[in-house]
Design a protein around this ligand. Structure first.
Ligand SMILES: Cc1cc2nc3c(=O)[nH]c(=O)nc-3n(C[C@H](O)[C@H](O)[C@H](O)COP(=O)(O)O)c2cc1C
Length: 494
């Protein structure tokens, strides 16, 4: 699948090219033409969080590698990725990557899993990240490292990449059909939910033992924490009212507090969601038709394509009441509307051509976070979706921080291609243009085809691996298939 006629960022050579293209799109983004570096720069400013100082305003977002060992222990590839996170210079490491809290909750057979058997190696993973950071930057007293605790729910593939073993929260009118589930496919019972809650609590206790500064109770991307938030139709203790839909969260938090005392807790949250998208005959993403009031998009306005923050704010207030201030924002789900979450020019193999200029998606997330920050200034927000800005990312990031639109700028895909871009920005070194992520989406296409993730186009390490040849072959056969007229169907095992 090629890209369609949106202007590539690399072609917007000057600040005024960039600004006028934004004007043409009708998109507004914070922007500073002149970058500042050194200790006085906005992005270098420390942030005080309770008893801890976080040394600057960059955050590494969680980035899974589909490269752990079969039993959930990290592999050498996992360790390399985490070391590069430490090398980036960012002082907030949000979760490293999704780490399953139980075997059945693994999103793929090569996901990290935390339990008694794996905890030593996961501790080592954190230590290597910290040691790498110390070697490069001389200390780690101002580095905050968390672990993202996850259950893959309806997208679980614990045993085989090709065999979905869904654990669903409620019967979803569009997603169940996409996944090939019968109308009455059984939902998790309340008893099973109670068991999953216990797995989170145990995982948090192990995370504390290993020295993580905080745990993230993941509530995004269509996984159970997020799915519960829209479980209006679910009967029983975990569905219906707002109180019931957030019980999964509140019970995990109170269990963690009871068992760990002062372990910090954060929440990665899809602050809004849309209806699932699928490809039209040209391969472009189009929203699925939703009848009536679409209530399955948390933070949505009922149309399936608009935002209403009423419940998102209620959730922020609930977090504040539980003394949770750290919120890492994201949107939607990579499985059913990736363009709102990780804007890209080139879609992954199971995606679709962008239905809007990816800059529209970037600005939607940045402005949505600014609105929440304005409404709840005491909460600490990490922003996401900045990678697509490429060479203009630092200019947008600096202004977003200095105008208090967000507290930390989170970077995901850029961290695979060019992790030390953070150090370069903070030092005022010129950016290494050939290492900037151009959103080719190979980091997603590879794992969708059973390969490990990584930046195959730009990271020499992955280019030198035999899997790069396989990836090229896979992409070529997909292109041929498409040229022969067939658009690939969304596969339940992708
Ligand atoms: C290969 C890949 C792996 C990811 N793994 C995770 C993950 O483990 N947990 C998570 O919350 N988000 C994950 N994400 C989403 C990113 O954290 C981030 O939200 C997204 O890439 C948008 O930020 P960016 O524009 O800086 O890339 C992943 C994204 C990609 C492309």
């Amino acid at each position: 699948m090629g890209a369609i006629a949106y202007r590539k960022i690399a072609s917007l050579r000057t600040a005024s090219d960039f600004q006028s293209y934004l004007d043409q799109l009708g998109v507004s983004l914070p922007f500073d033409e002149k970058m500042q570096s050194g200790p006085d720069a906005p992005l270098s400013q420390p942030f005080e969080l309770d008893d801890k100082t976080i040394g600057n305003r960059f955050c590494v977002l969680p980035m899974e590698g589909w490269d752990a060992l079969g039993d959930g222990r990290p592999s050498e590839l996992t360790e390399r990725r985490w070391q590069r996170f430490g090398l980036s210079g960012a002082k907030l490491i949000w979760g490293g990557e999704a780490c399953a809290v139980c075997h059945q909750g693994k999103g793929n057979p090569r996901q990290l899993l935390i339990n008694e058997h794996t905890v030593r190696e996961i501790a080592h993973l954190r230590e290597r990240l910290v040691a790498t950071h110390e070697e490069r930057f001389g200390g780690s007293g101002d580095l905050l490292v968390g672990l993202q605790l996850s259950h893959a729910g309806r997208f679980a593939h614990p045993n085989d990449n090709k065999r979905l073993e869904p654990r669903i929260v409620y019967n979803h009118p569009i997603l169940d059909a996409r996944l090939g589930l019968e109308k009455d496919y059984p939902c998790l019972t309340d008893g099973e939910v109670d068991e999953i809650i216990q797995c989170y609590i145990k995982a948090a206790m192990l995370s504390q033992e290993t020295g993580f500064d905080f745990v993230d109770i993941k509530h995004c991307h269509g996984y159970p924490g997020h799915e519960f938030l829209s479980a209006h139709t679910r009967p029983g203790r975990y569905g219906g009212s707002f109180k019931n839909r957030t019980r999964f969260l509140t019970e995990i938090v109170s269990g963690i507090r009871a068992k760990t005392g002062n372990l910090k807790i954060g929440v990665r949250l899809s602050i809004f969601d849309f209806v699932p998208f699928s490809k039209d005959e040209k391969g472009i993403g189009r929203p699925e038709a939703a009848s009536g009031n679409y209530q399955f998009a948390f933070g949505g306005d009922g149309t399936g394509l608009g935002i209403d923050f009423t419940e998102t704010i209620m959730l922020l207030d609930l977090l504040a009441n539980m003394n949770i201030k750290l919120v890492c924002t994201t949107a939607g789900s990579p499985y059913y509307n990736p363009h709102i979450q990780r804007p890209a020019m080139f879609p992954p193999c199971d995606g679709y051509l962008p239905p809007e200029d990816p800059l529209v998606g970037v600005s939607r997330q940045i402005n949505a976070v600014a609105e929440l920050k304005g409404k709840r200034p005491d909460m600490i927000f990490v922003g996401s979706g900045y990678t697509y800005l490429q060479e203009w990312m630092p200019h947008v990031a600096q202004r977003a921080i200095s105008s208090n639109m967000v507290d930390f700028v989170g970077l995901g895909r850029m961290m695979l291609a060019y992790p030390d871009i953070v150090a370069d920005i903070l030092n005022g070194s010129p950016l290494k243009k050939r290492r900037i992520c151009r959103t080719f989406s190979d980091c997603t296409t590879a794992p969708r085809n059973g390969l490990v993730s990584g930046c195959y186009p730009l990271d020499k390490f992955y280019r030198a691996r035999p899997q790069f040849e396989m990836l090229k072959w896979i992409k070529k056969s997909l292109r041929n298939k498409q040229n022969q007229g067939g658009t690939r169907k969304w596969k339940k095992n992708s």
